[in-house]
Design a protein around this ligand. Structure first.
Ligand code: CDP
Length: 223
């Protein structure tokens, strides 16, 4: 079967995952959150007491022991790390920073990229991340770079955590997010960057519904 792929890249907090999830549901696509896969590798390493920034070789050694699965349930998508549901645990800020650390390791990227490409071969997908348009699915029928101002992105992340009952501080989130953007944009392998043929969508002035509509329109026009 010839599968349709929608690739969405962009920095943290631009709304990629919530918008992609909603668009996928409304249009009958499978949503694949590649960030959750990097987060799972980071969580495994952190739980093993590995310093994700300094001990890259140890992270690489772990790769064969890590099995990541995405399970689709009535209550949404769940991420399983070696059979254990870690969907909530991977959202902690220390795991966000760890994900950005492990994402600079070429062996980690290669391993996850293989999994992501296999997933896109077997279903119509909306896949979001940092390098989907440029590296993972360069032949995707729709390519979007979703962004927003750093202030707006930090505010969204702050509200998202508050809604989940997670205690947090706006300035810390904004600083962490900017540090992560810098880390993601300046790394040698697959840096966060708009692909030449991706459509830029800036959601700073758009609310959630408007952003969803905009993405749906781009997909409909392309297919
Ligand atoms: O949800 P948020 O945008 O904060 O981040 P995420 O999509 O869960 O990704 C977490 C981290 O994984 C990012 O900061 C990137 O360093 C890395 N990542 C990546 O390098 N490539 C991807 N395709 C997805 C995530």
């Amino acid at each position: 079967m010839n599968c349709i792929s929608v690739a969405i890249d962009g920095p943290a907090g631009a709304g990629k995952s919530s918008i992609s999830r909603t668009v996928a549901k409304q249009m009958g696509f499978i949503y694949i959150d590649t960030g959750a896969m990097y987060r799972s590798v980071a969580l495994y390493a952190i739980d093993k007491g590995i310093d994700t920034r300094e001990e890259k070789n140890k992270v690489i050694e772990c790769l064969d022991d890590i099995k990541i699965e995405i399970k689709y349930t009535d209550s949404g998508q769940r991420i399983l790390l070696n059979g254990v549901d870690v969907s909530e645990e991977i959202r902690q800020e220390k795991v966000s920073a760890g994900a950005s650390d492990v994402a600079v390791i070429p062996q980690v990227r290669e391993r996850l990229m293989d999994m992501q490409r296999k997933m896109a071969k077997s279903a119509n997908v909306i896949m979001d991340g940092r390098d989907i348009c440029s590296y993972v699915l360069p032949n995707a029928q729709v390519k979007i770079f979703l962004t927003a101002s750093s202030e707006a992105r930090a505010m969204r992340r702050y509200q998202e955590l508050l809604e989940k009952g997670i205690e947090c501080d706006f300035e810390t989130i904004k600083n962490d997010m900017e540090a992560r953007d810098k880390n993601d944009s300046s790394r040698a392998v697959s840096p966060l960057k708009k692909a030449d043929d991706a459509v830029l969508v800036d959601t700073t002035e758009l609310d959630f519904e408007q952003s969803v509509e905009k993405i749906k329109e781009l997909i409909k026009n392309a297919l």
